[in-house]
Design a protein around this ligand. Structure first.
Ligand code: PA5
Length: 436
C-alpha cells in the first residue's frame, strides 16, 4: 500500500468538486510563495526542505553523544515545553513498549512541561539512585517553565556530581542568542543548535527531537528518511496529487460550512502524544485573529465509551480525521472457549488488531451517518519511517491550511497574554525594549 493514503470517500455529501476547485489557484499560489520563501512568515520556513539536506555530520555527532549518554546514564531528562518536547514524546511514546522500560536504553523523562511542584519534587526523588543526564531544550532560552525546571535540576546536578555535572548537561537552543546559550558557553556544556528559521512546533526533526530519540534507541535515520520521502512526494502544487494539500483544503471547506472543530481520532493508545503534538501544531498555527479550527483529539475505542455519545449525537459542528496505522507490531489472537458464555467464539482466530481495524470502519460509517464529516488518513506501518512521513505531512498540510485561511502559520502572539498577566501577578520586572 501507499506510505500514506488519504481517503475522502465519506466526505462526498459534504464537499463537492466545486468546493475544492475554488481553492485550486490559492493552493498553487501559496505553494509557490512557500517554496520561493516569499510567503508570510517565510523566515520560519526552514523545516520545509530540511529533510532533503545532507545531515550526516549532525547525525554522526548526535549518534556519538547518544551512545555516551546510553552508557553513562539510566535516566535522561528532557527539559522543555510545547514544541521543545511534544514531538519527542509523540514519537517515543508511539514506539516504546506499553509496559516496563527497555532497560538497554536510559529511561526518558520530561521536566519543564508543567509548573507542578509535586511533579518536580517527585522526579528529584525518583532519580536519586540513578545515573542522570539532562537535555535542556529551549529555542528562546527564556521560557518560564523549562527555565525553572532547569534551575532546580542544574543545582541538583551540581550538588550531586560537582564538576562532572557540566559534562552531563546537554543544551539545545538558538545558535547565538538567549540566556541558555550564554550559560552553555560559560559552563562548557555540549550544545546543539535549533536552526534560526525553524520554530518550536516545526522542530521535531532537528536536534530538538533527534537527540532524545537517539538516546531512547530509536532509528532517527529512518525517521528522517520518512520525512525526506514525504518532502519529495509533497512537492507538487496540484491539489489533486498532493495529499497534504487535499487534507488542508478539506479542512478549510468544512470550516467554511460551520464544522469548526476537528477531532483527530486514532486507534492505538500509544498515539496519545502524537495527538498532543498535532494539537499544538494546528492550534498554534491557525488559532488567531479570532478564527481557526479548534483541534481536539480522541483515542478509540476507549473514548467511544465516553465522548462517543456526543460525537454520534451532539451538536453537528465537528468533523473527524481518523488516523490509522495498518501494521502494528505485536498482536493478540482471540482464543477458543468451549463454553462460549461470553458469545465471543465467532471471533476465534481473529486478532485484536484486525478487530480494531474493523471497529475503525464501523466508527467511520456510524459517525458519518450521524452527520459527522469523516476523513481517513491511513499509513502502512507504525514505525520510525512512517512517523517521519506523517510528521512532515502534517506540518506541510498545516502551513497550507493556515495560508488558505489568511494567517501566518509560524507566529503565536496569543501565547504572550497569559505570560504577561502571570508576570504581572508574580511582580516580575519587565523592561521595555528601549530599556533593555
Ligand atoms: O511553537 C512554538 O514556538 C512554541 O510553542 C514553543 O515550542 C514553546 O513555547 C517553547 O518555546 P522555547 O523552545 O523557546 O522554550
Amino acid at each position: 500500500m501507499d506510505i500514506l493514503k488519504i481517503n475522502t470517500d465519506l466526505l462526498s455529501n459534504y464537499i463537492s468538486t466545486n468546493d475544492k476547485n475554488i481553492y485550486k489557484d490559492a493552493v498553487r499560489s501559496a505553494h509557490s510563495k512557500m517554496h520561493a520563501g516569499t510567503s508570510v512568515g517565510a523566515d520560519y520556513l526552514g523545516w520545509l526542505e530540511l529533510p532533503l539536506d545532507d545531515q550526516d555530520l549532525l547525525l554522526d555527532s548526535i549518534g556519538k553523544i547518544a551512545n555516551e549518554i546510553q552508557s553513562r546514564s539510566s535516566v535522561f531528562i528532557v527539559i522543555g515545553v510545547g514544541g521543545s518536547y511534544l514531538g519527542t514524546k509523540a514519537v517515543h511514546d508511539a514506539l516504546k513498549p506499553y509496559f516496563g522500560s527497555d532497560s538497554v536504553y536510559p529511561e526518558i523523562m520530561y521536566a519543564g512541561q508543567n509548573m507542578s511542584g509535586a511533579y518536580l519534587k517527585q522526579l528529584l526523588r525518583y532519580i536519586e539512585d540513578k545515573e542522570v543526564f539532562i537535555n535542556v531544550i529551549s529555542k528562546s532560552g527564556t521560557t518560564t517553565e523549562p527555565a525553572i525546571a532547569f534551575r532546580v535540576l542544574r543545582s541538583y546536578m551540581e550538588e550531586r556530581y560537582g564538576e562532572e555535572a557540566n559534562d552531563r548537561i546537554v543544551v539545545t537552543t538558538d545558535s547565538e542568542k538567549g540566556a541558555l546559550k550564554e550559560l552553555a558557553n560559560e559552563k562548557g556544556y555540549r550544545s546543539f543548535v535549533i536552526p534560526d528559521d525553524i520554530g518550536g512546533r516545526y522542530s521535531v526533526l532537528t536536534p530538538v527531537g533527534l537527540l532524545p530519540l537517539a538516546v531512547a534507541g530509536l532509528d532517527i535515520r529512518a525517521l528522517l528518511a520518512g520525512a525526506k520521502q514525504a518532502t519529495l512526494d509533497l512537492l507538487e502544487d496540484d491539489l489533486e496529487s498532493n495529499s497534504a494539500y487535499r487534507y488542508a483544503v478539506a479542512r478549510q471547506v468544512l470550516y467554511a460550512k460551520g464544522y469548526t472543530i476537528e477531532l483527530l481520532a486514532s486507534f492505538e493508545p500509544s498515539l496519545k502524544y502524537l495527538h498532543e503534538w498535532w494539537k499544538q501544531l494546528f492550534g498554534e498555527s491557525e488559532g488567531k485573529g479570532l478564527q481557526g479550527i479548534f483541534p481536539a483529539a480522541v483515542s478509540f475505542s476507549t473514548d467511544l465509551h465516553s465522548i462517543g455519545q456526543y460525537i454520534q449525537d451532539g451538536r453537528r459542528d465537528l468533523f473527524e480525521t481518523l488516523l490509522h496505522f495498518n501494521d502494528v507490531e505485536d498482536d493478540q489472537q482471540i482464543p477458543y472457549d468451549s463454553d462460549d458464555r461470553d458469545g465471543l467464539n465467532y471471533l476465534v482466530d481473529r486478532t485484536l488488531n484486525e478487530i480494531n481495524a474493523i471497529s475503525k470502519e464501523g466508527t467511520a460509517l456510524a459517525h458519518s451517518e450521524g452527520g459527522v464529516p469523516v476523513l481517513k488518513i491511513e499509513l502502512a506501518k507504525l514505525d520510525e519511517f512512517h512517523l517521519g512521513y506523517l510528521i512532515y505531512f502534517f506540518m506541510k498540510a498545516c502551513a497550507m491550511s493556515a495560508y488558505l485561511s489568511g494567517v501566518n502559520p509560524f507566529d503565536q502572539p496569543g501565547v504572550e497574554a497569559y505570560k504577561n498577566k502571570m508576570f504581572e501577578l508574580l511582580g516580575k520586572l519587565v523592561l521595555s525594549e528601549q530599556e533593555v
